[in-house]
Ligand binder design. Sequence first.
Ligand code: CTP
Length: 397
Amino acid sequence: MKLAGKHIVLGLSGGIACYKAAELARGLVKAGASVQVVMTEAARHFITPVTMQALSGRPVFTDQWDSRISNNMAHIDLTREADAVLIAPCSADVMRKLVHGAADDLLSTLCLARPASLPLLVAPAMNVEMWENPATQRNAAQLRADGVTLLGPVAGEQACGETGLGRMMEPEALLDELDAFFHPKILQGRLLLITAGPTFEPIDPVRGITNLSSGKMGYAIARAARMAGADVTLVSGPTALPPPTGVRLLPVTTARQMHEAVMANVAGQQVFVAVAAVADWRVAEVSSRKIKKQDGATPSLAFEQNPDILAAVAALPSAPYCVGFAAESEDLLEHGAAKRRKKNIPLLVGNIGHQTFGRDDNELVLFDDTGHHLLPRASKEALADRLVAEIATRLAH
Ligand code: CTP
């Protein structure tokens, strides 16, 4: 997360999506950002300043002539410490005002008076016909040309009952976009393929063999790589995680499906990160019917070896830069170094301790041809950022 310590001016204009701005303000504060809310007159018909003040923990400004700012320069004061201005929701009318340089209320005036280097991001929210109207489309194009970042809108069912483009992005997605905005683009334009999560090997229609991988580390790396500007394809076994924003997700169940999906998508990839806890074996004969209990007799299962996906990718004639993971229960330093050599890959990441599954933090050791070094305990998000930086540095050399 790069939002920690950032100061965001959050502008709200009139639209039913104002209810989502409450969640957004909360998310920003939770991510460690400070939030200064500014509301237009129209926004106050949808949500009260009291709500936004309680969530942002700061007085909300709505009026250019607010007496709390002693020099009457609210439009200047409010942006001078800011790292970004985000207008969410941004109505068609506020888009028009931004295009024309209007200065007839606090929000439009502070946008006009903001320092040229202060980024302005807007999340449009309006009825589908309003969004598709040529006038709004002209304004959207002009805003982009002026260097404003448009986040959304997205398609879906609208509060007015119609369906189409015009919904404001969900607060979670907006937080991701804003976070991405602050990330250094160290993998800009790189193609990265990643596996994550467990695999599930069926025994019969209701049973199977799997492992405790939650997918958190792999998803965090996919997200961090995307934040760093990479084009990310994530092949994921079954997890309970929401798909990371802006990442192409290919869901699979078994190791063989994961192998197939990886091999079908590996051409042209520059980096392959194998985080998935792939089942080494599958049940040789999967029963098409549920296996019934039979007078105390226990079934015996025969196994077959699954393909080693990482080894298969590393053996390709024009293999991408391969990063493997290792979960060892003991002697990590010894096994890690040996596994990197055996799999013939430039970088292997070892989990310290095998009880990392499902946790939100982790501690890693990187093995490369110079030896090994430690990435100390941190959240999986922070470690993912570190790892992406390590990959970017190695690619650059
Ligand atoms: N891996 C893979 N395909 C498999 C097994 C593992 O792509 N069939 C990848 C994992 O995603 C991980 C790395 O190989 O990046 C190491 O996995 P691990 O289970 O630790 O190693 P194995 O090669 O299976 O060796 P062992 O289980 O004997 O330790």
